[in-house]
Each structure stands twice: as C-alpha cells, then as structure tokens.
Write a protein that binds this ligand. Structure first.
Ligand SMILES: CSC[C@H]1O[C@H](OP(=O)(O)O)[C@H](O)[C@@H]1O
Length: 381
C-alpha cells in the first residue's frame, strides 16, 4: 500500500497556522484569512475589509469549517461595527452565507448582541465597536480552549473503546486547525493520539468534490508528521472489510436536539459501514455546534452547492495547471449534478459525541441539553 508515511516526528511541532486574525491595516480594520482554496500548494492570505468580502470568502470556502465559521461570523460583525456599517444587517448577511453550520449564525448573533447591549447602555460608536471586537476575541479564545478539552475527552474515550495503542483512525473532510481557534475537533484527537504514541495510522478520506481531506487534512497531517494514508472516498468500504479501521472520527456542522448529526457529505455512509463492521463512530464537536432549537435531522437545512464542483476538476493545483483558470471537465459540459455539501447521520448510528463539556454515549437528546447547560456558550439562539 502506497503510504504517505511521513516521518513520525513526535516532539517536533510545526509553527501554529495563522488561520484567521483581526488586523488594523493602514487602510482600516480587516479580517485576514489563510485562503483555504489555495492550499496545499500555496499559503496565501486573503484580506476581507468589509462584510461582503467576508461573505464571499465564506461561500467560496476560503474560510470554512463550523467552529471557524462561528469565529469568522463574530469578527465579521465586529468589522461592520468598526466601519460604522449596519451591524444587524451584517449579522443577517453573515448568518445567511451558508445554511448548515449553526456556528456561523451563532457567532454573528452573539457579537451583534454584545454590540447592541453596549449601545443600549449608552456606549458611543467607538466604545460599542470595541465591545464587539472584545466579544469576537472571546469567542475565538473559547473555541481554542474547547479544542484542547475535546482532544482530552476524545483521547480518554479512545482508551476506553479501543484495545492496544496503535489506533487506526479514519477521518472525513477536514477538522484540524483550519476549522478552529485551536487544533480542531476530530483531527485534534488524532493529533493527541500521535503525540502520545497511540496513532498507528490516520486514514484520510479525500472528500470529493472539494477535496478537504486530500488538500487540507493531508496538509495538516504532513505538517505534524502523522502516519497518514489518503484514500478515495469509495475505498473506505474495503478498508472496513479488511479490518483496517479501529474507529471513525468526524466533525459536525450542526447537531440537532435528537442527536442527529449534519456533517460533510459521505459521513452517513461511513456511519452505516461502521455499524455493520462494529466499529465506533465518534463525532467530535464543540457545544456551539449543538442546536437544541432544531428538533431532528429532518429539520436541518442541507446546503446544496453548484453542479460545477462535481462536473469540473476543482482542486486549485489542477486548475493552476490549466491555462487561465481553465477548469478541466470531469463530465460532459452542462451535465446536471446532485451536490449536497452535507448529509445527516441519525443518532442510532453515532457511538458517541465528544464535546468540550464531556462525552455522550449513547447519544440522547437529554444528554445534549445537559452538556449545553454545562457550557458557558449555552445561548445558541
Ligand atoms: C468540525 S467543522 C468541520 C466540518 O466542516 C466541513 O464542512 P465545510 O468544509 O463545507 O465547511 C465538514 O463538514 C467538516 O466536518
């Protein structure tokens, strides 16, 4: 098997990625992003000087991943406040940029609420803008802290679930530092296992059509020297059949009150495979991804994306090999395509949900409410 068997360099940590930051530029404040559509071939920053630019970055997945979308939503509202733009309208535009990840609307509304409260108490534009920025920074910090705690709970759970110490973990999409204020969600658990010498192999689903696994998780795994192997999404079944998967670790974009999990398309088939092969299927997500106001999986809005993402080869590396942005066709011109960005895994297929407030297993709606009650971030509405 052709492994991307990076030298395991436990102990030699790469510099932290600057995934998203607030910057006071000569021309004014801005949200500065590591443009994830250019990875892994180019590490390029994207400067968003206003909310429309940030909305475009969210919709193109230059910035992506539920927890990071929440952070981006918060800084986006702070940017509107700093510019003297309509804060309520900014929160609405940001919240509508992508429908499935609950964190995006949560982050935008939380900062808008803080700004509104300051104004209501008589704060002038400058003071209220400072309050908004402070709330966005608090959200950023809390997510980084949540990432560390999820990794610890996740490692403890793997020790309970899996015998031995060379875990073979399969992950889907990208759930590392590129989706987080810290080291991520599910990927942070795999990274923690590696640091403890407990990671035998990280199986990385390429995750068609936008290749978050091949482009982003492989990039993060290589940076950390993880022993990883990339696979096409449709090769996962044969890995399970060969007994090569000890557990599945995935993230989430929205968890409904009944424990249904919305995550990158392809997660549900993995859950069915895991059930059939008696392999733990573990979801790792902060409580800001739990949405008690959405009663069940059928109520979750699943983002439908352009057919072109399926009918054209969209990997930036392949596009850059084309001429003038030409996108090689992967199908006849004009072919119709079904391109849901997410799918829904029912609670009965989920072994456990790992959050920064603890683990629920088996998943029950009551357990989710209890976890949210423990979290300082319970005000999702
Ligand atoms: C832990 S959040 C990461 C989550 O977000 C991804 O979706 P997208 O790349 O479209 O933002 C995917 O669902 C990941 O599991």
């Amino acid at each position: 098997m052709a492994d991307q068997d990076a030298q395991s360099q436990v102990g030699s940590e790469p510099p932290a990625l600057s995934v998203l930051r607030w910057d006071e530029l000569p021309e004014g404040p801005a949200v500065v992003l590591l443009d994830q559509t250019r990875l892994p071939s180019e590490e390029v920053e994207l400067v968003c000087a206003d909310v429309p630019a940030l909305v475009r970055a969210i919709q193109s997945l230059a910035v992506r991943g539920a927890p990071l979308l929440g952070i981006a939503g918060g800084y986006g509202v702070a940017l509107a406040a700093a510019r003297g733009d309509d804060v309520a309208r900014a929160a609405e535009l940001l919240g509508q940029a992508r429908p499935t990840a609950v964190n995006l609307g949560y982050g935008a509304r939380r900062v808008a609420r803080a700004h509104g409260a300051a104004v209501g108490q008589g704060a002038g534009p400058g003071a209220a803008s400072a309050v908004a920025l402070a709330e966005a920074r608090a959200l950023h910090r809390e997510d980084a802290e949540a990432s560390g705690r999820m990794a610890q709970y996740g490692l403890r759970l793997l020790a309970e679930l899996l015998p031995g110490s060379a875990h073979r973990l399969l992950t889907h999409c990208n759930t590392g530092a590129l989706v987080s204020g810290g080291e991520g969600t599910a990927f942070a658990v795999a990274l923690g296992a590696h640091r403890e010498g407990r990671l035998g192999r990280l199986w990385v689903d390429e995750t068609r059509p936008l290749l978050q696994g091949a482009r982003l998780t492989a990039y993060e795994a290589a940076r950390h020297g993880l022993p990883y192997s990339l696979l096409t999404d449709n090769a996962a079944g044969s890995l399970f059949a060969a007994g090569e998967v000890d557990a599945v670790l995935i993230g989430a974009d929205r968890i409904a009150a009944d424990g249904s999990v919305a995550n990158k398309v392809g997660s549900y088939p993995l859950a069915v495979l895991a059930k059939y092969h008696h392999v733990p299927f573990v979801v790792v997500a902060p409580t800001t991804t739990i949405d008690l106001d959405t009663v069940d999986g059928a109520s979750i809005v699943v983002e439908q994306r352009s057919a072109l993402e399926v009918t054209e080869i969209t990997s930036p590396q392949i596009i850059s090999a084309g001429s003038g942005g030409f996108r090689p066709a992967a199908a006849p011109v004009g072919a119709k395509a079904y391109n849901p960005a997410f799918d829904i895994t029912p609670p009965e297929l989920v072994t456990a949900i790992v959050t920064e407030e603890g683990v629920i297993s088996p998943v029950t709606g009551v357990g989710l409410a209890e976890l949210c009650a423990r979290s300082s971030q319970v005000t999702i509405s």
